[in-house]
Design a protein around this ligand. Structure first.
Ligand code: A3P
Length: 333
């Protein structure tokens, strides 16, 4: 395996590769690899592409995570609305604990990614540390970008709930391209749009290919709608009130008539809105524990920004892939 050393200085701290465990290092030597987006390489594991340190987190959580029936798992591809889903779900689940939503709610002072931890990008990415999650009170709520196939076995064996949120691959790509260019160190150049697009369409992006990722959860949600809830960013933007209630029903904590009439649903939606969250001091100036600025997670928060960046050829190309891979399964964007 090629080592980063000098190039590590160009990589954000949370993606640096100099702290990999032996198991991960050995595995990397056996996996297909391609040029990375931030790290030097991506490696293909169980059909999807990972940066090395993330792969270490994947291996660790696959091995050690023990699901409880009461757990809630939020799953997305990167840039599909993870931050929003985390905020909504956290506020929903904890609504009785923090009834005074505009005065002392944790979301007012803490980024949603800190309140709902990632498995492979946070909890499990230290090679020497297996987190003790038994101290967390139920319902525990976690997030991951893993494909359905790669989820820890206990998630599939338990009755824990999985909420999956996806987004039109065009907007996901555009959002990711902007994000990655912000993350790349000031010393390194931005990835040219055409090159990034070509790699994304081949599926060689972190956690790609997006189409297979979406399809895995789509199929599971059709097979077992009590286990997997399948959501689209575009639909949630259009009917947030409806979908927040749907999520509450799915998680078996429905809003009562009284709560609805008191405006609890609206309050949660307002608190978690792009406008509100992105203007909070913590999200304007704060940093995550893994060294990314919170503001990187808030850009436009709109549907259809791809129209401002992609050429007609690019749009046709990516739409054709989406049609070829998803439409026959009854899925479109
Ligand atoms: P854009 O780059 O298109 O603006 P993720 O949370 O999965 O990293 O996705 C980030 C995308 O979600 C970004 O999209 C970001 O602006 C948008 N986003 C962040 N918070 C949001 C919110 N509260 N509501 C809607 N979209 C949000």
């Amino acid at each position: 395996m090629e080592k980063l050393s000098d190039e590590n200085s160009l990589v954000p701290k949370y993606l640096q590769e100099n702290d990999l465990g032996e198991e991960c290092k050995e595995l990397l030597t056996t996996l297909p690899s391609e040029k990375g987006w931030i790290t030097t390489h991506l490696y293909q594991y169980q059909g999807f592409w990972f940066a090395p340190i993330i792969l270490q987190g994947v291996l660790s959580c696959q091995k050690h995570f023990q699901a409880l029936d009461t757990d809630i798992l939020l799953v997305t591809s990167p840039k599909s609305g993870t931050t929003w889903l985390k905020a909504l779900s956290f506020a929903l689940i904890n609504r009785n604990k923090y009834p005074n939503i505009y005065i002392n709610h944790p979301l007012l002072t803490t980024n949603p990614h800190e309140l709902v931890p990632f498995w492979e990008i946070g909890l499990y990415c230290d090679k020497d540390l297996i987190p003790d999650l038994n101290t967390l009170s139920p319902p525990r709520i976690f997030s991951t970008h893993l494909s359905y196939e790669s989820l820890p076995k206990s998630v599939k064996d338990s009755t824990c709930k999985v909420v999956y949120l996806c987004r039109d691959p065009k907007d996901t790509f555009v959002s990711y391209w902007h994000f990655i260019n912000k993350l790349r160190s000031k010393n390194s150049e931005t990835i040219p749009l055409e090159e990034a697009f070509e790699r994304f369409c081949r599926g060689v992006n972190p956690y790609g290919p997006i189409w297979e990722h979406v399809l895995g959860y789509w199929k599971k949600s059709l097979e077992n709608s009590e286990k997997v809830m399948f959501l689209k960013y575009e639909e949630m933007k259009m009917k947030p009130y409806f979908y927040l209630k749907e999520i509450a029903n799915f998680l078996e904590c429905p809003f009562s008539k009284e709560e609805e009439s008191k405006g609890v649903v609206d309050d949660i939606l307002n608190l978690c809105s792009f406008e509100k969250l992105s203007n909070l001091e913590v999200n304007k100036t704060g940093k995550m524990s893994f060294d990314i600025e919170n503001k990187c997670f808030f850009r436009l928060g709109r549907v259809g920004d791809w129209k401002n960046l992609l050429t007609t050829e690019m749009i046709e190309h990516i739409n054709t892939i989406t049609e070829k891979k998803l439409v026959k399964h009854g899925l479109s964007f």
